[in-house]
Design a protein around this ligand. Structure first.
Ligand code: NAD
Ligand code: IPM
Ligand code: MG
Length: 346
């Protein structure tokens, strides 16, 4: 297994280092190569993602990324020029973001019920496509457009993936989250494709929620969701919310998948570089560790993936919720649990 590792900025290197500690316990023969992409490289060389590095990344089985983004770099440079470029170049069309309330975890909701959902966020289109621009710049009549691009091909492959996932889960329920009451054209395309693909999955029940109402349900009744399929921007927003209601952003993992496997998929926490806590040992590395579990699962390494998930479940069930420990201490605990092969939550 050859893995490319991009620790990135802020808390990225802190959480990735713990994730690699855990990986070392379950897959000691995995080869990792570090790539110093991010703010420091941009400052010293002006480079974000050189073609040669992109070519090298493609030679790996998967990529593990910490986070990018730094207050000393103008907003969007690293996010678009590095992170989104990676997702687009590698055709990471399925952005998979599971959100589960683990036993013992105290979320902010009084009675959240059994929350276990998977958000299938479209990863290469929508308002992220980069289509648009500024007209009459620096005049009082300046116009900014940011066009949401939704192709039938792009929507269908993500909707098909979401239905496949729903069919494989016990509840077999899929919710399309969109804003069809206002985004007429994109909404129509997404709705029609969901309807079409649903015919191939008669066992999957289908619901629809406008994204604004989905944010209500996510807080008042998150257990209603099983698989959610949604566009790139709505998916970005509701997955931070899903993380918050299932114990916090420090627990939320994600995979940017090229389902065709032509390109290496990339795994990363849902969170960013968190400059407000960087360098203080305050970041929870669990999201990065769970991202390694998603990576292993994607590469067919089911047993090590389950071992990591079981260790996280045990740690979450037994940790002091108000004081879970420093970044390294959590990583040490998880590495020890994984090596002792914990199988059940405490
Ligand atoms: N995948 C990525 O690389 C990614 C994702 C989101 C944001 N970003 C970038 O990161 C930078 C900061 O963004 P932001 O502040 O909006 O979002 P953020 O996710 O970095 O932080 C939001 C809040 O969550 C907290 N937090 C985040 N991760 C945590 C962890 N592991 N443990 C405990 N608390 C944690 C932070 O301290 C902060 O209060 C920006 O430059 C943004 O563009 C990058
Ligand atoms: C940093 C940004 C480009 C990214 C996104 O919007 O996809 C982040 O918020 C995420 O959720 O991974
Ligand atoms: Mg986000």
């Amino acid at each position: 297994m050859r893995l490319a590792v991009i620790p990135g900025d802020g808390i990225g290197p802190e959480v990735v280092s713990e994730a690699l500690k855990v990986l070392g316990e379950v897959a000691p023969t995995a080869e990792t190569t570090n790539y110093d992409l991010g703010a420091a490289r941009w400052h010293s060389t002006g480079e974000l993602l050189p073609e040669s590095v992109l070519g090298e990344l493609r030679q790996h089985d998967a990529i593990l990324l910490g986070a990018v983004g730094d207050p000393t770099v103008p907003s969007g440079i690293l996010e678009r020029g590095l992170l989104l470029r990676l997702r687009f170049e590698m055709d990471h069309h399925v952005n998979l973001r599971p959100a589960r309330l683990y036993p013992g975890v105290r979320g902010p909701l009084a009675d959240a019920g059994d929350v276990d959902m998977v958000v299938v966020r479209e990863g290469t289109e929508g308002p992220y496509a980069g289509t648009g621009g500024l007209l009459r710049k620096d005049t009082e009549h300046e116009i900014a457009t940011e066009v949401s691009v939704n192709t039938a091909f792009g929507v269908r492959r993500v909707v098909a993936d979401a239905f496949n996932r729903a069919e494989a889960r016990p509840r077999k329920h899929l919710t399309l989250v969109h804003k069809t009451n206002v985004l007429e054209y994109a909404g129509s395309l997404w709705s029609r494709i969901v309807e079409e693909v649903s015919l191939e999955h008669p066992e999957v029940t289908v619901a629809y929620s406008h994204v604004d109402a989905a944010t209500i349900h996510m807080v008042t009744d998150p257990s209603r969701f099983d698989v959610i399929v949604t566009d790139n921007l709505f998916g970005d927003i509701i997955t931070d919310l899903a993380a918050a209601v299932t114990g916090g952003i420090g627990l939320a993992a994600s995979g940017n998948l090229d389902i065709t496997r032509r390109n290496p998929s990339m795994f990363e926490p849902v969170h960013g570089s968190a400059p407000d806590i960087a360098g203080q040992g305050l970041a929870d590395p669990t999201a990065a560790v769970l991202s390694v579990a998603l990576l292993l699962d994607h590469l067919g390494q089911k047993e090590p993936a389950r071992r990591i998930e079981a260790s996280v479940a045990f740690d979450l069930a037994t940790r002091d919720q108000s004081s879970p420990g420093a970044t390294q201490a959590i990583g040490d605990r998880l590495a020890a649990l994984v090596s002792s092969n914990v199988r059940t939550a405490g």
